[in-house]
Design a protein around this ligand. Structure first.
Ligand code: FES
Length: 358
């Protein structure tokens, strides 16, 4: 039986001002969830996923925290327009950036609003386990720190188990790999959680790997604070398309000079996409996801994370087969029923048809 990935009207109970540019939206949504998960909002004609800052083990309400970002279409609209009593369209909680059953220390690295899912994880780890919890939280300056007092309060309640280190860029520039390794120190057997701006996450993950952490110890939430405007997304997609065409041009040139012409891109089979009841067909391009094929057909299907996490790009396969590169959102039954994350699905049959829900 497929889970509910649809949007639901949810009332905002209250709005809490956390910093000058971050607010917590308390939602009247009595849904079960796990610490570290997110909900996806549909607003301004776009979809955006935001992590919960609340913990199901420590808070009675479901809360998500949103920070203003330059050009952030949905984030900025939410901050400027939403108030208590307003109704928003939201999916049920989803995501796999969660605690696992272990007694190993939890060591978290977060930057800016990346603290949101980390706070959720920290609260649950403190409430339900005896694990030691250590957090390195990077911010531009002291005024930008979200949840400073909440973390301080937790530290007072759990002085032997919680350590929070604030890194301020204005005082000591950006976090370095050496600082990451020094913070880990002897906790090389910990579970590591990372959320923040992409360069911060890349640097942290690299430092952890060089410090000996295994891939199974590192958990990364890549979209928690992302909010690109449609214009930025269109620009990215256009750039990707341009790169792809350039790549094809290079391959064609190689073929003309007699090298491996048979290995160049080829059109092989058909991808048929049904969106809003209308059928569109494009030639299949090897290595292209169903979402990319839909865009190449000039369509604008739903998507948000493009990382296999949020399920907003979900569609039903009605003919043919596809495999997903990453699937952190659909369970085995849903996959068996033919549901697919189109941002991750690559056709493995010559012809394939996918139908987006209306
Ligand atoms: S867009 Fe999030 S899973 Fe595909």
């Amino acid at each position: 039986m497929a889970r509910d990935h649809g949007f639901h009207p949810v009332r905002i109970t209250r709005v809490v001002e956390e910093t000058a540019d971050a607010r917590t939206f308390v939602l009247d949504a009595p849904w079960p969830y796990r610490a570290g998960q997110f909900v996806t909002f549909r607003a301004c004609g776009a979809l955006r996923s935001y992590s919960m800052s609340s913990s199901p083990d420590a808070d009675g309400e479901l809360m998500t925290t949103v920070k203003r970002v330059p050009g952030g279409l949905v984030s900025n609209w939410m901050l400027d327009n939403l108030a208590a009593g307003d109704v928003v369209e939201v999916t049920r909680p989803a995501g796999v950036f969660c605690l696992r059953d272990t007694s190993a220390p939890l060591v978290a690295f977060c930057g800016g609003s990346g603290v949101t899912p980390i706070l959720s994880l920290v609260k649950s780890a403190l409430a339900t386990t005896r694990r030691r919890v250590r957090v390195l939280l990077a911010n531009r300056d002291a005024d930008a720190i979200i949840f400073r007092s909440v973390l301080a309060e937790l530290g007072e309640r759990h002085p032997d188990r919680l350590e929070v280190h604030h890194h301020l860029d204005v005082l000591s520039d950006f976090v370095t790999e050496t600082q990451i390794r020094n913070f880990v120190n002897a906790d090389t057997h910990a579970d590591f959680y990372i959320c923040g701006p992409a360069p911060f996450m890349d640097l942290t993950e690299r430092a952890l790997r060089e410090h000996g952490a295994g891939a199974d110890q590192i958990f990364v939430e890549r979209f928690g604070s992302a909010d690109a405007s449609p214009a930025e997304q269109a620009e990215q997609h256009e750039q990707a398309e341009h790169d792809e065409q350039a790549e094809q041009g290079r391959a064609a040139d190689d073929g003309a000079s007699g090298d491996a012409a048979a290995d160049g891109p080829r059109e092989d089979g058909t991808v048929t996409i049904v969106l809003k009841g209308k059928k569109h067909a494009v030639p299949q391009h090897p290595g292209e996801t169903l979402l990319q094929s839909a865009r190449r057909a000039g369509l604008a299907p739903p998507f948000s994370c493009e990382a296999g996490n949020c399920a907003t790009c979900i569609a039903q396969i009605t003919a043919g087969e596809a495999k997903m590169r990453v699937n952190n959102a659909l369970d085995d039954d849903e996959v068996a029923e033919g549901l697919i994350l189109t941002c991750q699905g690559e056709p493995v049959s010559a012809d394939i048809t996918v139908v987006y829900e209306d």
